[in-house]
Design a protein around this ligand. Sequence first.
Ligand code: ADP
Ligand code: ZN
Ligand code: ZN
Length: 732
Amino acid sequence: MTVIAHVALDTPLDRLFDYLAPEAGVADIGRRVEVPFGPRTLVGVLVELADHSEVPAAALKPLKHIDRDTPPLPAELLELARFAAGYYHHPLGAVLASLLPPALRRSGRPVRAAEPAAYTLSETGHTEVAVIDARKPAQFALAARFLASSVANPLARADLNDREKTLLRDWLKRGWLQGQAAPALSSSAASSPTPTSDQVTVLDAIRAAGAGFSPWLLHGVTGSGKTEVYLRLVADTLAAGRQALILVPEIHLTPQLTERFLQRFPGHSLIGLHSGLADGERRAGWLAALRGDADIILGTRLAVFTPLPRLGLIVVDEEHDTSYKQMEGMRYSARDVAVWRARQAGVPVVLGSATPALETWKNAKAGRYHLLSLAARAHAQASLPKVRLIDSRNDRPKQGFSRALLSALEATLERGEQSLIFINRRGYAPTLLCNGCGHVFPCSRCSAHLVLHRAGAGNASGYRLVCHHCGLDTRPPEACPDCGSVDLRPAGQGTQRVEETLAEHFPEARILRIDRDSAARKGAFAAMRDRVAAREVDILVGTQIVAKGHDFPHLTLVGVIGADQALVSPDFRASERLFAQLMQVAGRAGRAEHPGEVLIQTRYPGHPLYQSVVRHDYPGFAEAALRERRSADFPPFVAQAVLRAEASTEEAAMRFLLAAREAGMEMNQGVELFDPVPALMLRIAGRHRLQLLLQSATRNRLQAFLGHWLEALAALPARGVKWVLDVDPVDV
Ligand code: ADP
Ligand code: ZN
Ligand code: ZN
């Protein structure tokens, strides 16, 4: 009998490929294989076996290799990949490839025992490195770092430079070091606080539902003790011999949380999974999960596809966060995939947030998720920060700052406490403006203004004009290209300019700016956070990256500037995001024993959104926002998809979308197809981007339509047009 392997390969073609596999058996389903593909060898996943093929026998080629040294992907994960491929209309081969760590995508050969990701000193090592001579500075410095390391806090290979890696090899040979496999084990247990009565109620409810599938929305303000609830649930999961998957929105959030989990669960192995890891580390962690060796998996959205043979619990922290949505390749929502995975694997899933996504809130209100709330802050003494609106029509900001905000900053400095100025714009100023004729400087390749940045020290030539969309980076001109005036001025505020203004007002204050620019270097963010924690900083200036889940116990004042912009955004989700950001940034103020205050500068103090923030009233905000969405026929009351097309001319993209629309209209299956329109950013990097919105009353109806429609689209002439479908888009 012939045995045919159906192999999923990472090609743009949405089909499986057949190979002769005389030696393959059912135990090989889910294994990586190497196959000939034209002149190349590709790595794929064997997903099915069959006894015949549509391909003529003479054209069938045999598999080159089956990797039997690595466990196969569990059936549950293959099923998950099939679901994602179907729902997001992405080729299964591409889905499977994207869930493998990069190192396992490139080769189907057995994985060598991974080099340890981290090291500590052996017993001999301790004695030997302690006597290294200070006149050998490189060795001396490395010795000091090793002496400060411990099993709970080993030195990662990734943190060593080339010179240090050479020393590492040498010291390994001498037996001075011991390697530590990727899963970190903690040594000392931290005690767990007695749950508050709110937490007990929440835990009882989740436990009473048992080990099977149950979806929960845990709604609670920052500091209300959600993480403590996760920790208790994870403890149950580990006690039952199962694995727990914890998703967090940001790489930067993993170290803090990892630390907390490690301390709570000594003797259990934890791996982190995110795109910031070195290839080897990621592969080692992923394999530990696949082999069932890792008990706790803590990661960003890509971790939702981790193979977990003993999966027992999924937690999605800050479930509303937009970074759960992948914006390229397969445009999946890790939160939605997590819920689907939990259902299929028959395990509980807990979505946690202070400001749930409106989709999630509606699901909870409709009874599809069970809603649980933690009303107060967990620490008995800690109360919610007081939010005050500063009417900037009366108290007009100068250089971004109202008098009320400046005096609050001054008072906070005098008390020796920390402040945060939140402004969601990086750079020096959003635009450079000609004072002669009003000219602003557009990017030549995008439909966007160039942002003025300050590079290095403060001489005039240290300014740059930078495009935040395509990266274009130029020197500002001496004079206006339109009128020749040399009176060019920065207009508006960015983090760099705010930092400068603060330094003028408070020359004594130690100011630290945290944004994507200053935190770009690996490890920079953690170092800055440490400085804040060590009270080496008086005033923080930051974008949303500081707003997310970082605990700054000495921070008692938060000032918000430039928030109004989101109220006038054409994106209907902008106000939802603004509310979430404001609540989140407010949550930075006054944790622990210090009461906090939040000042928001706005021209619209009467706006219902700000009024809800003042009352810390998420449900009030959500009900109002959902009413608006319902009357406007927006999600979550309809299901949407967007067909995005880009081309070097607007006409080409438009032609394609019009043809696509016509094809869809002919099918007419209860799906509304809107007119193709320019994307919010029509042009990025010289490419014109247009989009076609589709909308239907239900997801099922939309899905049924998309399948047929995509087949028709594949047959359309699309010369020079790149197109992609985005199901459940978050930026329309
Ligand atoms: P969240 O995840 O909702 O922001 P956390 O679980 O991090 O909240 O809790 C906030 C703070 O309160 C943390 O410092 C945590 O250690 C503390 N905490 C949480 N639960 C309790 C409890 N039951 N008793 C005492 N302190 C608690
Ligand atoms: Zn001009
Ligand atoms: Zn640009």
